[in-house]
Ligand binder design. Structure first.
Ligand SMILES: Nc1ncnc2c1ncn2[C@@H]1O[C@H](COP(=O)(O)OP(=O)(O)OP(=O)(O)O)[C@@H](O)[C@H]1O
Ligand SMILES: *[C@@H]1O[C@H](CO)[C@@H](O)[C@H](O)[C@H]1NC(C)=O
Ligand SMILES: [Mg+2]
Length: 333
């Protein structure tokens, strides 16, 4: 596939076919590349006209933005930050460094959800893409005494996979349970200066996820509410220092003493705000629609009511965001 694309580009730009042959060649070749099980894939077709399609990297930015606008509840800041960062990065044919995002926030606020949408709209095969790599400390690095082995493995995997495809995505979940020291091996891959063995490491995407900073984010959202200020007005600058501090002060966080945050290898900290009742409603409606069920008002209301909210006094924010929504629905049907 990669060769097909390259060949096609050579033809298109410098080939002897000239202007007349070029569009036809493009159509035929991208059709070949896009034909999967007899279905002609429109995304592959449109891909031929762009420079950033590699491996199965097929960014559909409109699709991503539309899905986020329709389905992501209560995260205007995260939505805007992520879409802008991804758009800028994806449209740059020669990025100066990999895109490195770090998601922060309370449980169930949409960090994994947004990551999964990114994967779905950036890679043709989504989570099944051979170029999307998911790491969780409990699953992949469970034994603290094997840390040196894990370090070797991880470094080799990143290097190997980036050599195979520069447009790879690496997702590190539960960074606040990631054994400190392990993530240090990523440092060389996150900066601008690494073009090794002819491999361009600057086209990769890294996403780190943790709850670090969640309490601080919740606190600010609560202050805004108490001051009757619109949470839509919360800006990144209002939260960035508190999140950084929460990460740097946490010896159990994977970034602990790694220098990754200090050296500004993270392009963007993305705060996820705590969800309110009407956001939980939105999640219930999404879930019902997804399951093909009718959005009956009593059902929605019952699910929203069954969730606990904090702080004790005002009962503003869902204590586990929308995390338990899907599993609660059957009890209220
Ligand atoms: N802001 C949101 N908008 C719409 N749906 C959401 C939102 N947040 C959570 N959900 C729903 O709840 C489910 C659980 O959320 P998700 O896994 O993204 O939480 P998380 O932030 O990763 O939490 P944790 O820190 O516990 O991993 C999602 O799969 C999604 O269906
Ligand atoms: C790519 O990463 C996976 C882990 O996600 C690993 O199993 C595999 O060996 C890596 N491939 C290479 C070529 O290093
Ligand atoms: Mg998660």
């Amino acid at each position: 596939m990669v060769w097909g694309m390259r060949w096609e580009m050579e033809w298109g730009i410098r080939g002897p076919g000239g202007v007349a042959v070029f569009p036809l060649m493009l159509l035929v070749l991208s059709g070949l590349a896009g034909a999967r099980g007899g279905v002609w894939d429109l995304r592959s077709l449109s891909c031929s006209f762009r420079t950033y399609c590699e491996c199965d990297f097929r960014p559909d930015l409109e699709g991503l933005e539309c899905d986020l606008a329709l389905h992501l509840a209560g995260q205007p800041l995260a939505r805007q930050l992520v879409t802008k960062a991804v758009r800028d990065f994806v449209q740059d044919p020669a990025p100066s460094k990999p895109l490195v995002l770090s998601f922060h926030g309370w449980t169930g606020t949409g960090k994994s959800y947004v990551s999964s949408l990114l994967v779905r709209y950036l890679f043709q095969e989504g989570m099944r893409s051979p170029h999307v790599h998911y790491f969780s400390p409990i699953v992949h690095f469970p034994h603290p005494d094997r840390i040196d082995l894990y370090k070797e493995d991880l470094k080799g995997w990143i290097q190997g996979n980036l050599t195979a495809c520069g447009r790879s995505l690496f997702l590190f979940d539960e960074m606040d349970k990631m054994h400190p020291g392990l993530i240090d091996v990523l440092r060389p891959f996150l900066g601008p200066s690494w073009v090794l063995f002819g491999t361009n490491y600057r086209k990769a995407i890294f996403i780190f996820i943790s709850n670090a900073g969640g309490e601080q984010i919740n606190q600010l959202a609560l202050e805004y509410w108490r001051l009757r200020k619109d949470r839509e007005e919360i800006r990144l600058q209002d939260l960035e220092p508190a999140i950084s501090k929460a990460v740097l002060d946490n010896p159990r966080h994977g970034f602990w003493q790694s220098g990754i945050l200090e050296e500004q290898l993270i392009d963007l900290l993305v705060p996820f705000l705590p969800l309110r009742r009407h956001h939980v409603r939105h999640c219930v409606a999404n879930e019902l629609a997804q399951q093909g069920l009718e959005p009956l008002e009593p059902t929605i209301e019952a699910v929203v009511d069954s969730i606990t909210y904090f702080p004790e006094e005002e009962k503003l924010f869902s204590s586990n965001g929308c995390k338990t929504v899907a599993s609660r629905i059957p009890f209220f049907m």
